[in-house]
Design a protein around this ligand. Structure first.
Ligand SMILES: NC(=O)c1ccc[n+]([C@@H]2O[C@H](COP(=O)([O-])OP(=O)(O)OC[C@H]3O[C@@H](n4cnc5c(N)ncnc54)[C@H](OP(=O)(O)O)[C@@H]3O)[C@@H](O)[C@H]2O)c1
Length: 239
């Protein structure tokens, strides 16, 4: 299936940033798209920017009962992209059990749930794409809980690729990408705050959501790639 024409694509965390861009590109490539997010206003705005044909489902991906609605009503599912994720910031000694569990629930348990809910209707040539992050590879003080969750997402990707074959399971590992998430963290100082990091990169800038969407739709369409983590980071791991 080298095209997304006629495919049903479900994007968890599809109302903003990389997920929204992935939904938009999948739709342009001919897919019927479902987006999932928690905030109703963000979800409505996302759907409005995509088009009336897009299904929008309000759910917390950590909650399997809520997530069920994203897959109900579809008689076949071709591709699921999981972009929802949280990056808690606290030192190991200060981290509460709930914070760690929450980070794992949103990024990892959500993937277990998506598999359980989608598999009965999954196209055997279809795919799941999980989301990792630099924290899995470049530990930073105060960011271990997020790193545990992204690292687990990569391990789960490989496990699922073996367990679910011929359905393909891959992960995307974005570098620093210009999304509303960075706006929330840095506000107006975003570009300046990131400059010390981005200037060192072989491709010395923030990535764009379209570059991530392109990589995710590539992983959906390529029918022989499974179990990989695709780094889309301007070369961040090299420096
Ligand atoms: N931006 C970066 O530089 C960067 C780098 C590496 C990895 N990442 C990861 O990439 C993913 C996408 O990030 P982004 O930058 O595109 O962020 P974003 O613009 O904030 O988008 C995140 C999307 O996920 C949804 N979401 C978050 N938690 C959710 C939950 N529990 N249940 C359902 N939906 C949820 C959000 O909607 P609601 O909040 O309304 O639910 C939104 O649609 C995240 O996993 C993030 O950790 C980001």
């Amino acid at each position: 299936m080298l095209t997304l024409e006629g495919a049903n694509v479900v994007v968890l965390g599809g109302s903003s940033g990389m997920g929204l861009a992935t939904a938009a590109l999948a739709r342009r490539l001919g897919a019927s798209v479902t987006i999932v997010g928690r905030d109703p206003a963000r979800l409505a705005a996302g759907r409005a920017s995509l088009g009336d044909d897009v299904r929008a489902v309000q759910a917390d991906v950590a909650n399997r009962d809520e997530l069920r609605a994203a897959f109900d009503g579809l008689d076949r599912i071709d591709h699921v992209a999981l972009l929802a994720g949280e990056q808690p910031a606290s030192k190991v000694s200060d981290t509460q059990h709930e914070e760690l569990v929450r980070a794992l629930d949103v990024r990892v348990w959500a993937a277990y749930s998506a598999c359980a809910l989608a598999l009965p209707k999954m196209n055997p040539e279809g795919s799941f794409t999980l989301c990792s992050g630099m924290s899995a590879h470049r530990p930073r003080a105060g960011r271990s809980a997020g790193g545990v969750a992204t690292g687990a997402a990569e391990a789960l990707t490989r496990g699922l690729a073996v367990e679910l074959g011929p359905i393909r399971v891959n992960a995307i590992c974005p570098g620093a990408i210009d999304t509303p998430l960075l706006d929330r963290v840095f506000g107006d100082t975003k570009v300046q705050s990131m400059r010390a990091f981005t200037d060192r990169l072989p491709v010395p800038r923030l990535g764009t959501v379209d570059e991530i969407a392109d990589a995710i739709c590539f992983l959906m369409r390529n029918t022989f790639i499974t179990g990989v983590t695709l780094h889309v980071d301007g070369g961040a791991l090299l420096v």
